[in-house]
Design a protein around this ligand. Structure first.
Ligand code: B12
Length: 262
């Protein structure tokens, strides 16, 4: 059964596919899978390569590569879920690649329904690196994940080795927010403020400024590129302007490592 799902997902456009029993998924800060889907037994995790767009100094080109991948992977995830339901007669629930997220003071909009990094590790698709991202044995750091929860019994794939990170420290050095200084921990607000200046925090800061500015001077704020970028983010969705931890990592980047020949 695993092989028929893997084959379908690869043909649909996923680059690598892994499986994990829900009982092998360990993410202490995330909600339990049972709360999301009580009958869930397994997680199907799909890996996709991030394009070289993450290296571009243009925030538009960099974000466009991510948007292409988000749209594409959403479609692959849906197709695989439907394959599980239609062909295998089981229940399937898709997990978002990033958003929607629970937006509450409790989670600060920073906890996904399923931690895709922990799911990927459980499904043998990689190991955490110094940058707290999961490194895939072939794709390196430039990898994103989606997942599907199902009530099918799909035994966990073997774990990837633990030594994928080469401890070069480039991610720590290149993080403009110093968000990776403490090992095993990403400074959430530092990373967020720097990488998503047009997100919720940026929006709150802008509107607070509007209310605090005397009426006759307010118009100027709307003719500022900051407001225009907030406007664009409003209809595009969240926009990252920083990719440094991902782009500076030599593991798996075209410049840093030749992938194994097929
Ligand atoms: C919210 C979110 C964020 C928040 C971070 C919140 C957080 N603490 O995780 C912010 C906005 C800061 C963020 C930033 C980024 N994100 Co983000 N994000 C998510 C999202 C939507 C949810 C993450 C979540 O639930 N975290 C909460 C829990 C799980 O985190 P945690 O228990 O505190 O675990 C942390 C540490 O304890 C540590 N950790 C846990 N176990 C272990 C074990 C070892 C051995 C080590 C060393 C570390 C470690 O790693 C975690 C990082 O802080 C996921 C998608 C998803 N649904 O998973 C994408 C996701 C994690 N993001 C991703 C990416 C790529 C990024 C960015 C590079 C931004 C960008 N430009 O794309 C940066 C990287 C920041 C970094 N180096 O840590 C990818 C990661 C892919 C990968 N290869 O690992 C994901 C999985 C999206 C995807 N679909 O692939 N993100």
């Amino acid at each position: 059964m695993k092989e028929s799902i893997r084959k379908f997902a690869l043909e649909a456009g996923g680059e690598f596919v892994g499986f994990a029993y829900v009982s092998d998924y360990e993410s202490p800060r995330s909600p339990s899978i049972e709360k999301l889907f009580p009958a869930a037994k397994s997680i199907v995790v799909i890996a996709y390569a991030e394009l070289s767009t993450c290296e571009s100094p243009s925030p538009q080109i960099a974000m466009n590569g991510r948007m292409d991948l988000m749209e594409f992977s959403r479609s692959v995830n849906y197709k695989v879920a439907r394959f599980i339901e239609r062909k295998l007669g089981a229940a399937a629930m898709t997990v978002p690649i990033s958003y929607p997220l629970e937006m509450s003071m409790e989670t600060m909009g920073g906890v996904g329904e399923v931690s895709l990094r922990h799911a990927a590790v459980a499904a043998g698709l990689g190991a955490f690196g110094r940058h707290n991202l999961v490194i895939h044995p072939e794709l390196g750091t430039r990898v994103l994940f989606t997942a599907i929860l199902t009530d099918l019994d799909l035994p966990s794939d073997p774990k990837a080795g633990e030594d994928l990170c080469i401890d070069c420290g480039l991610c720590v050095e290149n993080c403009p927010a110093g968000a990776l200084d403490k090992e095993g921990f990403t400074d959430f607000s530092g990373c967020l403020k720097n990488s998503q200046p047009y997100g919720l925090g940026g929006m709150i800061r802008f509107w607070s400024q509007v209310f605090e500015t005397p009426e006759q001077e307010r118009k100027k704020l709307f003719y500022d590129s900051h407001y225009w970028k907030l406007y664009q983010a409003g209809f595009i969705g969240f926009q990252y302007v920083c990719w440094k931890c991902m782009a500076s990592c030599p593991v798996g980047s075209k410049k840093g490592q030749t992938p194994p020949t097929p």
